[in-house]
Ligand binder design. Structure first.
Ligand SMILES: [Zn+2]
Length: 212
């Protein structure tokens, strides 16, 4: 559902532009609002959430989908943890639909989906692994990398129950906004994928904004 935000950009307390192929890893405090802005359109922001006070508790696609009775995420979606606690809630969304089934790109899936020579291409999973290695204050490692949300990514479900990666439905300036219900670690890989149409074969930056 399309809902525009009432927040003003000039009032944001933190703003970070994340180039495609890079990551963002920060704590968003309870009560703060995070906006993920698709600056140039058709980008995919592959995102994981963790309880900042106990990173073993983390985003659960299974619980989130089951409890809301919908496989797509949009305004009103409560982002649930694997302990069924509300981590964040989507409070504004000008894109309208986000995927949590397609998973993140990895060098392994690139070889299976596209070609064996794609093994060396940069992938979201690499960015996440670099993030946890460079931010050891969170005490996380490879085993903490689990299923994720693909903000702005268009992965429609076919009548037969399959998944297809389609041209993005996002556009320049579209955003999704989440209000934190607990202190959360946000780990986002701005997808560098060049092998499918989700980002129009042209990875572009996203901006992360936080309001207190
Ligand atoms: Zn990716």
């Amino acid at each position: 559902m399309i809902v525009e935000s009432q927040l003003k950009v000039e009032n944001a307390s933190q703003r970070d532009v994340v180039p495609a192929g890079d990551y963002y890893m920060k704590v968003v405090k309870k009560g703060q609002t995070l906006r993920i802005l698709d600056m140039e359109g058709n980008q995919a922001a592959d995102t994981l959430f963790y309880n900042a006070n106990d990173p073993a508790e983390r985003y659960s696609a299974v619980d989130t989908i089951r409890e809301q009775g919908n496989v797509y995420l949009t305004t009103g979606t409560k982002i649930l943890s694997d302990q069924c606690n509300v981590m964040l809630e989507i409070v504004a969304d000008t894109c309208g639909r986000h995927d949590t089934l397609g998973g993140a790109c990895a060098t392994e899936s690139n070889t299976v989906r596209y070609a064996i020579e794609k093994k060396c291409m940069h992938a979201c999973r690499d960015s996440w692994l670099l993030a946890v290695a460079e931010n050891d204050q969170f005490g996380m490692d490879k085993r903490d990398i689990t299923h994720n949300i693909n903000f702005f990514m268009n992965v429609p479900i076919t009548e037969e129950g399959g998944l297809t990666f389609e041209d993005g439905i996002s556009a320049p300036g579209k955003y999704v906004e989440l209000k934190a219900h607990m202190d959360v670690i946000v780990l986002m890989s701005n997808c560098p994928q060049l092998n499918n149409p989700c980002n129009a074969y042209n990875p572009t930056p996203v901006e992360m904004l936080i309001w207190d």
